[in-house]
Design a binder for this molecule. Structure first.
Ligand SMILES: C[S@@+](CC[C@H](N)C(=O)[O-])C[C@H]1O[C@@H](n2cnc3c(N)ncnc32)[C@H](O)[C@@H]1O
Length: 355
């Protein structure tokens, strides 16, 4: 038997990190509860508050609110003043937890990870059988979580930097373009674009009917229904309408047949049309992704993206950390002759493809 020598230092370091993570896992439902009950918003609007005052204002039970508040304070998500026994939110904490329209709003990420975790039993079986789990099979709260999580990134980047990074696209959108957003989910990206470019027509497609119904309701709520609508269609059969721009936000790697989808996109584009592909940031090699961002994406990919692709025809299962080389190979293999990385952020890669 091999004798292993335990390095105390390494052991304590790893243990320390797992305790942080274990606490973080337990915080996911507490963040969701605080969001639902308006605890963060009330603290932001009226803090500093004692737990009694916060409970009274949110019509909740003080004992629960006190425990919740202490867990938040220990996480650094809420501030605590020991002199007064009051809780409050700094402007930074408010941006992350209380302000839905802020580009830093993070509640959707916790909501997503909490409801993705509900698939653990099914997924354990999938590990044994190799069977996929369709996107539509998740809890509906997961779809809302994804919408809220990704929307923050789109609010902060899409109109300001991503679209302008594509050659000639912004000018076309201002003068009036036909745009299709594929795998649009609840339509966060589509609705933001429709609001910014009222002369252009936007249509979002997703194979999931409940998401499409939600997206149409969101478009009406946002006042963009005149130039934005949503239809049920898969990436391989959405109707061709000579689009000036086709977009796919964080969905190519979820598709069972991204190569087939790429071939179909090519047939739907106008001759000088552009395909914008937004994917999670990733390097081509595993070792390039062994960092906090790669970790979150690999985990989400195991829980949602890989099973989603495996549930569909072909089941390519690119994974959320596919990297540029694999995406380029798929897109150019489908017949696009021009492909480039137009932009990158710490969280996303934005590609531009042309025929
Ligand atoms: C991670 S979500 C992204 C949703 C949306 N694009 C966003 O950024 O909020 C992936 C979406 O891809 C959709 N999807 C997966 N496979 C698809 C396919 N083959 N055709 C169309 N939509 C698909 C799912 O239903 C889901 O809404």
């Amino acid at each position: 038997m091999q004798t292993s020598i335990i390095n105390e230092h390494k052991l304590h370091d790893l243990l320390g990190r797992t305790i942080v993570d274990f606490g973080g896992c337990s915080m996911a439902p507490l963040v969701v509860i605080g969001d639902r009950l308006g605890l963060y918003r009330e603290l932001t609007a009226h803090g500093p508050l004692t737990s009694t005052e916060l409970a009274a204002r949110t019509k909740t039970h003080e004992r629960y609110v006190r425990e919740w508040s202490n867990a938040q304070a220990a996480s650094g998500y809420v501030s605590y003043d020991a002199q007064t026994g009051r809780y409050s939110m700094t402007p930074e904490q408010a941006l992350l937890f209380a302000q839905e329209d802020s580009p830093a709003f993070i509640v959707g990420a916790f909501q997503t990870s909490m409801f993705a975790g509900r698939m653990a039993e099914r997924l354990t079986e999938s590990f044994r059988t190799g069977e996929g789990i369709g996107w539509h099979e998740h809890h509906h709260e997961l779809f809302h979580g994804i919408e809220r999580f990704f929307r923050s990134g789109y609010v902060g980047n899409l109109v300001q930097t991503w679209l302008p990074a594509l050659n000639g696209v912004e000018a076309k959108l201002h003068s009036g373009a036909q745009v299709a957003d594929i795998g649009c989910g609840h339509g966060a990206s589509t609705i933001i674009m429709a609001g910014a470019f009222p002369k252009s027509q936007f249509i979002g497609f997703d194979y999931h009917p409940e998401s499409i119904a939600e997206a149409n309701a969101r478009a009406r709520g946002a006042g963009v229904a005149a130039n934005c609508r949503f239809e049920v269609a898969s990436a391989k059969d959405f109707p061709a309408r000579n689009y000036d721009l086709v977009t796919v936000f964080d969905a190519l790697h979820d598709m069972g047949d991204p190569a087939g989808a790429s071939r179909h996109v090519l047939t739907t584009l106008a001759p000088d049309g552009v395909w914008m592909i937004v994917e999670p940031y990733a390097g081509d090699r595993v070792e390039e992704n062994l960092n906090p961002v790669g970790r979150a994406y690999y985990a989400g990919s195991t829980l949602m993206c890989t099973p989603c692709s495996l549930a569909q025809e072909v089941g390519t299962a690119l994974g959320a950390q596919a990297g540029e080389a694999r995406v380029r190979a798929i897109v150019t293999g489908a017949g696009f002759t021009r492909f480039k990385r137009a932009l990158q952020t710490p969280f996303n890669l934005i590609y531009e493809a042309r025929r």
